[in-house]
Design a binder for this molecule. Structure first.
Ligand SMILES: Nc1ncnc2c1ncn2[C@@H]1O[C@H](COP(=O)(O)OP(=O)(O)O)[C@@H](O)[C@H]1O
Ligand SMILES: [Mg+2]
Length: 623
């Protein structure tokens, strides 16, 4: 994917950088003031040669030591003033620019949180990480240096040349001669450099992805002894980055060489011509000294243009990369258009799927949808178990309810209201979710659970922990205050699942969506959780993905999902009798455990011949 992004449509450096304006606007006065200070400082540097001229033509020619000392004092004062003003400039911009960087980073983070799940499915996390770190740092550095100094050095060069031309226009023209080839070289450099700069920044993103995956997947890497292949992959990527960086360095070296050599040649020529003119008496020695020291004073502003352009180019690329993410549309949010729609008490607590169809955004056009023609009515307070083979679409179906994805056709209603017409905030207050792979954040146990309900208190927390059979938390070193997540205590899979379940039930949601949240529990704990859940679920309308007969028993009815279709709905007993596939699924689950449901699980003998052909093939990708 990063490879595709190497060639954005519009690569005008200036246009990219102009997009920074909204962020720069609040600090524009500071930034402009600082640039003025720098221009003044730089002009003071240009006054120094004029003082030199005065010293050479006045006190030196007139053999007046006092005058020379005075001149030296002036030079010292001018030098000090120049240094002090540059210091002031730095001080003026440092804080506001750190603020700009922080504001951009905050916006990026906020935006990432609001982007649809489909976006995160598509984008590697390392690419997002590098945009939020390296790229933004580059933007800040651009605002601090190249932006100001392209202006300052440009002005200095202009004023410097005016002084040169006024002192001796013929010599001035000699120095001006290299401008044309330099401008052409710079333009060529810009174009080439922008391509490699983009490539390098994308490669940093890829590298970040590999590092991140290796850190998150360290157990797999160790378990399978994959250090070597992982290291090879890393080395290959970092070699690629290295050669791109070397390419950048070569370009930079080339432009640098041209920018330093060509003016140097011009200064040499001017020196020869000037000396001849002084010998002829057409020019005073002081003027030549002033002329040459002005030319030398201009050397740095001119030389710096190469790397200032390079830095601007990189910052333009960084800005592009930043806005590539910012330009992706956030999840649309309905204004509460029918937020006040009459709530029919008959539909209160009802969850209905009507002709729902879904295909993933990256699916090929014309491929069969992951879900199709889903019609399901879950009555208020009812618990519906969702059973199906791996890859049949259970996770996908549950993800549609909290709108992690949007159905491509049909609609889902809660309380009789279309979920797409509900503000997301409201939807997410109505619906609670727990997934098979529980995520805990770096926070305390209590904070992790309470994320499920705003404003819930200690009592609610304890109740939720009890429902989820998560009493183990009281034995942790600091009880509910124990830090868990990446930077905290590591919990077992079953422990994490129970916390995630507690998070789902803590807010006593009206609708509960559980995607196989008990899979890592032993059968006995599962039974306890179920008993408690049954109590909670009394008033909650729930859809629960289940594999084991014991979980299914918890449900009032069961829906069988087969290759993206609901093929049967009924009670556990009804489905066991009526559906060979269901019986087969349950039989497998039972024999894998302890066989307590074995008698129930086997289908009627009459169904037996249908058993094998009905087994759906396991699809490749499971999440
Ligand atoms: N993010 C995704 N992008 C594209 N296809 C996906 C994605 N997630 C799942 N799938 C595909 O959708 C199908 C159903 O997957 P899933 O809903 O996870 O099944 P289940 O939970 O029943 O095992 C599978 O074929 C899977 O490959
Ligand atoms: Mg699943």
């Amino acid at each position: 994917m990063p490879e595709e992004r190497v060639e954005p449509k519009d690569r005008s450096t200036v246009r990219s950088l102009l997009r920074l304006w909204p962020y720069v606007k609040p600090v524009r006065k500071r930034l402009f003031g600082a640039a003025l200070v720098a221009i003044v400082a730089s002009c003071i540097g240009l006054v120094i040669p004029l003082v030199l001229k005065w010293i050479v033509d006045g006190p030196v020619a007139g053999r007046d030591p006092g005058g020379v000392w005075l001149g030296a004092l002036y030079l010292l004062l001018l030098g000090l003033a120049e240094a002090a003003l540059f210091g002031v400039r730095r001080w003026m911009v440092a804080r506001p620019l750190a603020g700009v960087e922080a504001a951009m980073r905050a916006d990026l983070y906020r935006h990432l949180q609001r982007l649809p799940v489909a976006f995160h499915d598509r984008w590697p996390s390392g690419q997002l990480l590098s945009r939020g770190t390296t790229d933004l740092m580059m933007v800040r550095m651009f605002l601090a240096f190249p932006l100001t100094f392209l202006l300052v050095n440009g002005t200095t060069i202009l004023i410097g040349f005016i002084i040169l031309l006024m002192q001796q226009w013929t010599l001035g023209l000699v120095l001006l001669a290299p401008v044309v080839p330099l401008v052409i070289l710079c333009a060529v450099f810009e174009t080439k450099y922008s391509l490699v700069a983009r490539k390098a920044q994308d490669q940093v993103g890829d590298l970040t992805t590999v590092v991140e995956e290796s850190v998150l997947g360290i157990r797999i890497i160790k378990g399978f002894g994959r250090h070597r292949s992982q290291a090879l992959a890393f080395r290959a990527l970092s070699q690629r980055l290295r050669s791109t960086e070397l390419g950048k360095a070569r370009l930079l070296a080339g432009i640098w060489a041209a920018i330093t050599t060509i003016p140097e040649l011009a200064i040499g020529a001017a020196l020869v011509l000037g000396t001849v003119q002084v010998a002829d008496g057409g020019l005073s020695a002081g003027t030549l000294v002033a002329f040459l020291s002005t030319a030398l004073a201009l050397r740095w502003p001119i030389e710096s243009i190469g790397f200032l352009l390079a830095m601007s180019q990189e910052s333009a690329t960084a800005t592009e990369r930043f806005f590539e993410v910012m330009d992706v549309a956030e999840e649309d949010d309905m204004a509460a258009a029918d937020g006040g729609a009459p709530k029919d008490t008959a539909t209160q607590g009802e969850m209905v799927f009507e002709g729902v169809e879904f295909r993933y955004p990256d699916a090929e056009a014309g491929s069969t949808p992951v879900l199709s023609r889903i019609d399901l009515r879950i009555r208020p307070g009812e618990t519906m178990a969702l059973v199906g083979a791996t890859g049949s679409g259970k996770t996908t179906l549950t993800a549609l309810v909290p709108r992690l994805h949007d159905a491509t056709a049909g609609r889902i209603t809660l309380d009789g209201r279309d979920i797409t017409a509900m503000p997301r905030q409201e939807l997410r207050e109505l619906v609670s979710v727990a997934f098979e792979e529980p995520t805990l954040f770096s926070a305390s146990v209590g904070e992790n659970v309470l994320m499920g309900a705003e404003g819930a208190g200690e009592e609610e927390l304890r109740r939720a922990l009890a429902v989820a059979q998560a009493d183990f938390v009281y034995d942790l070193p600091e009880g509910i205050g124990t830090q868990v997540g990446e930077q905290g205590l590591s919990l077992s899979g079953g422990q994490r699942q129970r916390l995630a379940l507690a998070r789902a039930v803590v807010g006593r949601p009206r609708f509960l969506v559980l995607d196989d949240p008990l899979s890592a529990l032993d059968v006995h704990t599962e039974a306890l959780v179920e008993a408690a859940l049954r109590h909670v679920l009394e008033k909650t309308t729930a859809i629960v993905v289940a594999h084991r007969p014991s979980t299914v028993m918890l449900a009032d009815r069961v829906a069988l999902l087969s290759e993206g279709r609901i093929t049967a709905v009924g009670t556990h007993q009804e489905l066991l009798r009526g559906s060979a596939e269901y019986a087969w699924l349950m039989a497998g689950a039972t024999s894998a455990q302890e066989g307590s449901f074995a008698e129930d699980a086997f289908p009627d003998p009459s169904d037996e011949d249908r058993l094998v052909p009905d087994v759906p093939a396991e699809k490749g990708r499971t999440r």
